[in-house]
Design a binder for this molecule. Structure first.
Ligand code: FCB
Length: 468
């Protein structure tokens, strides 16, 4: 396996986390409740009744986590700000204690030569806003822009990359479409206004950020190459319909200023879109964040679907819920590849395929890309060889390099995740970390993949605080 091909000078190497998944301290320093606190408190929502109340206790142990990052030698770190720490009720003045926490973190990163990449919204909406309709309510988009302005008012001079939203597709479908994530609403296609208000919130936040920072501004989508289950016209049409939802719904409005064709869903009008919205949504971006985990295989819906094998993926959960809902697609397993502990197929070539496709579809409208998440869950314990994760990262980094050789402009790569953490509805069962966390003692132990990556980064001669 050995050294990786050489990545360009200034390429950003990093790890990624999200506030609710690692911080804990949910009642400290005035933090308000988020939709994930409420969701976790509902019996049966999260595996084993797990919650983010303690998580990795990063809120108290962050100096140790920054030291781990420095030891790894990656020049960047992607984290998210918990909105309810800044505005406990989702509106009004900032609580300085919330801003102080992130300022200390950002300054400690800078001292170690690690560039901060800040996500404003990784799914932890203040519960008070959800009580008023959440993302189904247009006003939430304005509240989000106000919050973005408060954070940038304090940290605008120090954050290298600002990511407005993380994976709005997953937040809309899982949170509002089928209810397996917070806020647990199962509205199917009636969740579409949430998509628009997320996009509008993004656009309004971009304007608020531009006024307060010279940093780069981005949106992070999760993209997946969509493979038709066969060459039949019906399967190809089903794949195109799914593609419009997964890949285009949150990219076309942002990059092209228009919505994709949703007629396969019987949706021909979007009455919640107002004049001027698409102009705000398509404000120019400096980077597109891309999260990649695996491709998706899609077939035309069958009358009676075969029972699904165990280890269901997020997408198959979506499909199970939606069976009978009259959707124009069905996801089917991808065979012939190894799978992660989550049951997701390991397809490094899918990353190259996806990047070439984004370049071909969007051409000049595509900003330089940051791979803001890529990684895998492994059933592991400290001391194990961690071979699966090393193979996964090695394979994906080679596929990424190949796409760059073929002309795709990619400026950085972030491993999901620095630490084992609270994996949403899966609780603590899926371990994605380069660093093992013992959730009884909160002890951190770097895994073999951490040491492997540290060696690879040393070979690349990562320069601190790279530019570009
Ligand atoms: C992504 C999320 C991230 C993490 C990974 C495994 O969809 O953005 O928080 O849960 O999946």
């Amino acid at each position: 396996m050995g050294a990786l091909p050489r990545f360009p000078e200034g390429f950003l190497w990093g790890t990624a986390t999200a506030a609710y998944q690692i911080e804990g301290a949910v009642k400290e320093d005035g933090r308000g409740a988020s939709i994930w606190d409420a969701f976790c408190a509902e019996p049966g929502r999260v595996k084993n009744g797990a919650t983010g109340e303690v998580a990795c206790d990063h809120y108290h142990r962050w100096p140790e986590d920054v030291a781990l990052m420095a030891d790894l030698g990656a020049g960047a770190y992607r984290f998210s700000v918990a909105w309810p720490r800044i505005q406990p009720e989702g509106r009004g003045p900032a609580d300085p204690r919330g801003l102080d926490f992130y300022e200390r973190l950002v300054d400690a990163l800078a001292e170690r030569g690690i560039a901060p990449v800040l996500t404003l919204y990784h799914w932890d909406l203040p519960q008070a806003l959800e009580d008023g309709g959440g993302w189904l309510d247009r006003d939430t988009a304005h509240r989000f822009a106000e919050y973005a302005g408060l954070v940038a008012g304090r940290l605008g001079d120090r954050v290298k990359v600002w990511i407005t939203l993380n994976e709005p597709f997953v937040h809309m479908t899982e949170g509002y479409g089928i209810g397996v994530h917070a806020p647990g609403r199962a509205l199917l296609l009636d969740a579409l206004p949430a998509a628009h208000h997320l996009l509008l919130g993004h656009g309004l936040a971009v304007a608020a950020l531009r006024e307060r920072t010279g940093g780069q501004i981005a949106l992070t989508n999760n993209h997946s190459p969509v493979w038709p289950a066969s060459g039949s016209a019906a399967d190809r049409a089903a794949a195109a319909a799914f593609d419009a939802l997964q890949n285009r719904l949150f990219a076309d409005p942002v990059l092209l200023g228009r919505y994709p064709d949703l007629s396969a869903y019987g949706v021909t009008e979007l009455p919640f879109v107002r004049d001027g919205d698409l102009a705000a949504i398509s404000a120019p971006l400096d980077r597109l964040g891309v999260n990649y985990y695996s491709p998706t295989r899609i077939a035309a819906p069958r009358a009676a679907a075969a029972p699904r094998p165990g280890g269901a993926s997020v997408l198959s959960e979506v499909e199970d819920r939606l069976e009978g809902a009259g959707l124009p697609f069905e996801d089917v397993p991808i065979e012939g590849y190894r799978t992660t502990a989550f049951g997701w197929p390991v397809v490094p070539g899918g990353l190259r395929e996806l990047l070439l496709r984004l370049r071909d579809d969007y051409g000049d409208a595509l900003p330089p890309i940051l791979i803001t998440e890529n990684g895998c869950s492994v059933r592991d314990e400290p001391g194990r060889p961690d071979r699966e994760r090393i193979d996964f990262l090695d394979g994906h980094l080679r596929a990424l390099h190949q796409a760059m050789e073929e002309g795709v402009d990619v400026r950085g790569y972030f491993v999901w995740s620095l630490l084992d953490n609270f994996e949403w509805a899966e609780g603590y069962e899926q371990r994605f970390g380069l660093v093992h966390v013992d959730f009884a003692t909160l002890e951190r132990t770097p895994k073999a993949s951490f040491h492997w990556l540290r060696e690879r980064l040393a070979e690349q001669r990562v320069s601190p605080a790279p530019s570009g």
